[in-house]
Design a protein around this ligand. Structure first.
Ligand code: NAD
Length: 343
């Protein structure tokens, strides 16, 4: 099996690459290593993942851009069986400042990959990494905590344009085009609308990848800024569990599907709960500073994962405590990347 993974140097992509390579697939990774530029973090971080992938025997790394037809067709080569499209501008909070670039990568890049596939490898399965953010939220509605069920987002939830970010709009465009290529051009497609994904190799920052960021900041003795009172609730999904869902779709009988995916209610926690786990695991209290809430920060968001669980016979296996423990271990083993003085 030949698997093309765009954004392969990122969190989701690198775990997909590692997993499918271990299953003897021929893996092609396409990434332009621009996460560090997009999030203003040291280039060394993304290079760490790139070097990690280069060491795996059946992974071929191609430095290229999903917006460029030539780069994508080169990566497809004589054809692929699967494309996992994980390349993207991933930050909600900076997307408004780089709106055009965000659109070009998330929307334009997706359409380009789909078009190249339609022309060169029509039989391939295409998996799109969408997001729970595409649903937006009702800014006017006051959220009363305590009734988690009420705020669970199911696969048929209507988009609320009042609480949409530029990131959500560009990702929704890619989401819609993926469905269009599935329905109109008979590509086999799956859209996974993902909640918070976390795991080793995340290189989180305050603006994106909050679980990774909390662990890194805590282990490096930095003060964490909490926007709001820390009672915001999210469901978190360990990255390998996500990869298992992708694999289940690839091996399924379905042609084109849209799934919400995340940790679901049983793996939901507040930011304060995450701090407690950190304290338990490291026996040290995280240093925290509280500031007012940010715009476009939902109070509570939990993905309803009934459809994906039922159809793909899938469920999250790694609990938040176990997953965060793995991230702590990885950050601890790689402290050199988080110590700014040394970069
Ligand atoms: N991590 C999450 O919690 C989460 C949640 C919902 C959706 N998503 C989506 O899933 C995808 C993967 O997320 P991630 O956490 O692995 O992000 P990531 O930032 O770790 O990885 C994205 C990768 O894409 C690469 N990239 C960016 N622009 C590119 C371009 N033009 N051409 C080629 N490569 C490019 C980056 O260099 C990076 O390696 C993203 O599209 C993101 O929007 C992530």
């Amino acid at each position: 099996m030949r698997v093309l993974i765009t954004g392969g140097a990122g969190l989701v992509g690198s775990h997909c690459a590692e997993y499918f390579a271990a299953k003897n697939a021929q893996v092609i990774v396409l990434d332009n290593l621009m996460r560090s530029k997009l999030l203003k973090i040291p280039h060394k971080s993304i290079e760490h993942n790139w070097r990690f992938l280069k060491k795996i025997k059946n992974v071929k790394c191609i430095e290229g851009d999903v917006r460029r037809e030539l780069d994508v067709t080169r990566a497809i080569g004589n054809g692929v069986d699967v494309v996992i499209h994980a390349a993207g501008q991933p930050s909600v909070f900076s997307s408004g400042d780089i709106l055009q670039e965000d659109f070009d990568i998330n929307a334009g890049g997706t359409v380009n990959v789909l078009e190249c596939l339609r022309r060169k490898s029509k039989k391939a399965v295409f998996i799109y990494c969408s997001t729970d953010k595409i649903y937006g939220y009702d800014k006017e509605k006051k959220t009363k905590m305590g009734n988690k069920k009420k705020y669970t987002v199911n696969d048929d939830t209507q988009v609320k344009f009042s609480g949409l970010s530029a990131y959500a709009a560009s990702k929704l465009t890619g989401d819609i085009y993926t469905q269009l290529f599935g329905h109109n051009f008979k590509l086999r497609t799956a859209v996974f609308r993902m909640g918070c994904i976390y795991g080793p190799r995340q290189f989180g920052v305050e603006l994106q990848g909050w679980v990774g960021w909390f662990v890194q900041a805590h282990l490096m003795g930095k003060k964490l800024t909490l926007y709001g009172d820390g009672s915001q609730v999210r469901d978190i999904l360990y990255v390998n569990d996500l990869v298992m869902a992708f694999e289940s779709f690839i091996n399924s009988r379905f042609d084109h599907r849209v799934y919400n995916i995340g940790g679901g209610s049983s793996n939901s926690l507040s930011l304060n709960d995450c701090l407690s786990i950190l304290e338990q695991e490291t026996r040290r209290k995280p240093k925290v500073r509280f500031t007012p809430c940010r715009q476009n920060d939902q109070k509570i968001c939990i993905m309803d994962i009934k459809r994906v669980s039922r159809e793909l016979r899938w469920k999250p296996r790694v609990t938040p405590q176990a997953g965060i423990r793995k991230v702590i271990k990885w950050v601890d083993d790689n402290k050199v990347f988080f110590n700014e003085e040394k970069i």
